[in-house]
Ligand binder design. Sequence first.
Ligand SMILES: [Zn+2]
Ligand SMILES: [Zn+2]
Length: 110
Amino acid sequence: MPKQTYITPKCCKEADNNAVVLSGREWESDEDAVSIKPKWVVPVFKGEYYGLMEVSFCPFCGKDLPDVELDPTIDSSKIYKFDDDYCGNCGERNRTCSCLQPEFRWKPIG
Ligand SMILES: [Zn+2]
Ligand SMILES: [Zn+2]
């Protein structure tokens, strides 16, 4: 099974294709990742690079995107921890470790 790297709203195939994802860009710490809600974003091409734009509805099917809540079933020992260049959970370098991204503490309601 491939590692799941994004949380998608599951409203339609296009959104599910990692085009609409949960993102916690304001997080700088573990505490932020549980206290600040992540947002639904879509990549937008800005000339030379992709930026992220916050969306409240799906740009593909038009449905409102669900609110999110902390997932009580999540095993926090599998979640990436902010710690400079390394993951504070497993000790490997950032982005190469296999811990779940902190977004996975959250889940769409419903
Ligand atoms: Zn959709
Ligand atoms: Zn890790």
